[in-house]
Design a protein around this ligand. Structure first.
Ligand code: FCB
Length: 452
């Protein structure tokens, strides 16, 4: 177990967070667990996709990943050592239900029971995502999210897990970033299931939203009043690239596809009219929105999980433009003000719902130095500035309760394989050794002082 030095890492800004503010980190099942064929786990679309030639950089897969399935105890010790009070992870649907539905795999469910108990033993609150993109392959073979039935199967799975873990999990997140499934899974094809099909993409959007609402309904009977449920949405502030009326209009239009398409049905039981009209030209989505669906999607939630990585700038002709420095991820402009803007906007447009940040971070070119440490100064600067933006949003009245950085440790970054390192903790994949990076020591000081 690596020993953590007391953090005296600078720079800090002297900004204190409200008492009770919770700091943590996030991961997801396919990205860290490995053990793809262990203890009865069924295949998911990411097993299939990562094994398809040319889909993932260097042909890498999540077969072993960070081997968290076997190393979870020492990983939880590390979370505790870093001082975190919350840990967000996801459950692999096909570990619990190898066929997507039908018989429960007790060994799979037991893994998550142990994980949740292990967190409580260490004084860390579990925050559990039910679906972080790893659709069981059996369901994909029947049409996946294009098929309405998948939404009902998801609700059944949600109920099984809620019954098993119930109130031991104070916060449940239904779907992680439904938009990414739409955009990467079904528009660009860069993620599983690798489709380039706009007609299907927005049907998939609706069925995911329906799945969210059905899952909230299905879980409630198994949870007591203090247990909270919400979705995890990646929100992108969309700005006009210049002052022209056309750029302003284009930014509003894009905002529909990036944000309102997911927020409006959940908070207002309605899809945004302008976005629906634009979708009508490319997808039969509207035909799949049946009576009562929007009411189901608008089922009251208890918290909204916000994930923020990058802003988007749009020109008068509707092209996107880069205005800020990029991280190692080609799609990520570093712009902390965007976090402030999106948090305050959610409050203004959707009300004063409790918010948690469940992802924010960047990949840096991390290497282990001759002294055995990993000096990721860029990550420290990134978090310092994003924490400061969150602090300002809180000062301006946003009900933000907690901040989970992405990610606890380096992991399988989807189509980038292991090339991008997003963790506070470095993972040497050859030995599975964990080395807390400089940012981890720094973060641990932020947590200790509740101050950035
Ligand atoms: C988010 C995903 C997460 C991780 C980060 C970098 O979109 O939810 O799994 O890949 O991006």
């Amino acid at each position: 177990m690596p020993v953590l030095a007391q953090s005296d890492e600078k720079p800090r800004l002297g900004l204190s967070f409200p008492e009770g503010f919770v700091w943590g980190a996030a991961t997801s099942a396919y990205q860290i667990e490995g053990a793809a064929n262990v203890d009865g786990r069924g295949p998911s679309v990411w097993d299939t996709f990562s094994r398809s030639p040319g889909k993932v950089r260097n042909g890498e897969t999540g077969d072993t990943a960070a081997d968290h399935y076997h190393r979870w105890q020492s990983d939880l010790d590390l979370i505790k050592q870093l001082g975190m009070r919350s840990y967000r992870f996801s459950i692999s649907w096909s570990r619990v239900l190898p066929g997507g539905w039908g018989p429960v795999n007790a060994k799979g469910l037991d893994f998550y029971k142990r994980l949740v108990a292990g967190l409580h033993e260490r004084g860390i609150a579990p925050m559990v995502t039910l679906y972080h993109w790893d659709t069981p392959q059996t369901l994909q073979d029947l049409g996946g999210w294009e098929h309405r039935e998948t939404a009902y199967r998801f609700a059944d799975y949600a109920a099984i897990v809620a019954q098993a873990l119930g109130d031991a999990v104070p916060a449940w997140l239904t779907l992680n970033e439904p938009k990414t499934i739409v955009q990467n899974g079904y528009l660009s094809g860069s993620h599983a299931p690798g489709r380039c099909d706009p007609a299907a993409a927005y049907v998939v959007a609706h069925h995911q939203m329906l799945a969210h609402g059905l899952a909230v309904q299905a879980m409630r009977p198994y949870l007591n009043n203090g247990t909270r449920i919400g979705p995890a949405l990646n929100l992108h502030p969309c700005y006009p690239a210049d002052d022209s009326a056309q750029a302003v209009e284009q930014a509003h239009k894009l905002d529909g596809f990036e944000n309102r398409l997911y927020l409006d049905p959940i908070f207002k039981s309605a899809y945004p009219e302008d976005t629906l009209a634009a979708i009508a030209g490319i997808s039969p989505m509207a035909d799949h929105v049946l009576d009562g669906d929007l009411k189901t999607i608008g089922e009251p939630i208890d918290l909204l999980a916000v994930q923020y990585y990058t802003p988007i700038y749009v020109t008068a002709s509707g092209q996107t433009e880069q205005k800020h420095p990029l991280s190692k991820a080609f799609w990520q402009q570093i712009y902390p003000q965007g976090l402030y803007d999106i948090l305050t906007r959610v409050k203004k447009d959707y009300g004063d719902i409790p918010l948690t940040i469940t992802e924010n971070g960047l990949p840096t070119p991390d290497e282990v130095g001759p002294d055995g440490t990993v000096n990721d100064a860029g990550r420290i600067a990134f978090f310092r500035d994003h924490f400061a933006a969150a602090h300002r949003a809180i000062a301006d009245g946003v009900n933000l309760e907690s901040f989970h950085v992405w990610s606890l440790m380096d992991n399988f970054e989807w189509q980038e394989g292991y090339d991008e390192r997003w963790g506070l903790v470095y993972v040497d994949y050859a030995t599975q050794q964990r080395i807390p990076k400089r940012s981890a020591h720094w973060y641990s000081g932020v947590i200790r002082d509740n101050q950035v």
